[in-house]
Design a protein around this ligand. Structure first.
Ligand code: ZN
Ligand code: FE
Length: 257
């Protein structure tokens, strides 16, 4: 039996830790201290560090954790990640805790962003998607195009519905406020928002989510739905094809208050 723990860091990051009671892996450790605290509390040996992209809040603790634990680091081949690390791209795999993590290229938030997928953890698939997919949202397009991000999200959307999705930020409530504005008659969305508000009121994470849940409520996975296309065209009449509809919704989110 493996345990999945979101370690809170900074304002709203989660550093995901997976462990079997003895050995652990951590994803995107932007800060070493909170990870070290959990490792020593639970008496775990850190084996592996998985990195999805080069942003500081995802790599800031890599050097310190590597040097204090000898953990092996895996990260995207085409980004600047603290060396030494095993450079991975689509089709490659990382082995850790007896699991095989398949690498999926998901450019958009950054140009070389990767995600890690493994088909069976306690009976369900598991996805570490970094800043590509959030609950109710997606990452900002700092380095990629709308077409790239849409293609990346399409790759995640076809994973099994019960896939456990470990997103790296607690952005859910603000994402859902926007989702309610663009996807106005979505009952699942309204229900999910109420659920998430209750969780946050008790200071609990809204994550992990699942692919099936996101398909019901995440506007960035629903840009081909009539309601979303109509909203996008209301925001920008030039949004006609699927890429410009996606771009319009992303652009709208960026300025949404
Ligand atoms: Zn990022
Ligand atoms: Fe981030």
């Amino acid at each position: 039996m493996l345990k999945i723990i979101p370690i809170p860091a900074f304002d709203d990051n989660y550093l995901w830790l997976l462990h079997n009671g003895q050995r652990a892996l951590v994803v995107d450790p932007g800060d070493a201290a909170p990870v070290q605290r959990v490792l020593s509390e639970l008496n775990l040996q850190l084996d592996t560090i998985l990195v999805t992209h080069h942003h500081k809040d995802h790599i800031g603790g890599v050097d310190e954790l590597r040097s204090t634990t000898d953990a092996k680091v895996y990260g995207p081949a085409t980004e600047k990640i603290p060396k030494p690390y095993a450079a991975l791209r689509q089709g490659d795999a990382a082995q850790a805790l007896g699991l095989t993590f398949q690498v999926i290229d998901v450019p958009g938030h950054t140009a070389g962003h990767i995600a890690f997928y493994t088909p069976d953890v306690n009976g369900k698939p598991l996805l570490f998607c970094g800043d590509t997919l959030f609950s109710g949202g997606c990452g900002r397009l700092f380095e990629g195009t709308p077409a790239q991000m849409l293609a990346s999200l399409d790759k995640l959307a076809v994973l099994p519905g019960n896939t456990v999705v470990c997103c790296t930020h607690e952005y859910t409530l603000s994402n859902l406020r926007f989702a309610m504005a663009v996807d106005t008659n979505n009952k699942d969305l309204a229900d999910y928002q109420a659920q998430c508000m209750a969780l946050r009121a008790q200071n609990k994470p809204t994550l992990p989510t699942s692919i099936a849940q996101e398909l019901l409520i995440n506007p960035f996975l629903r840009t081909r739905q009539d309601a979303l296309m109509a909203s996008a065209r209301h925001f920008d009449a030039a949004a006609q094809d699927e890429i410009s509809v996606f771009a319009a919704i992303r652009h709208w989110k960026n300025q949404f208050k």
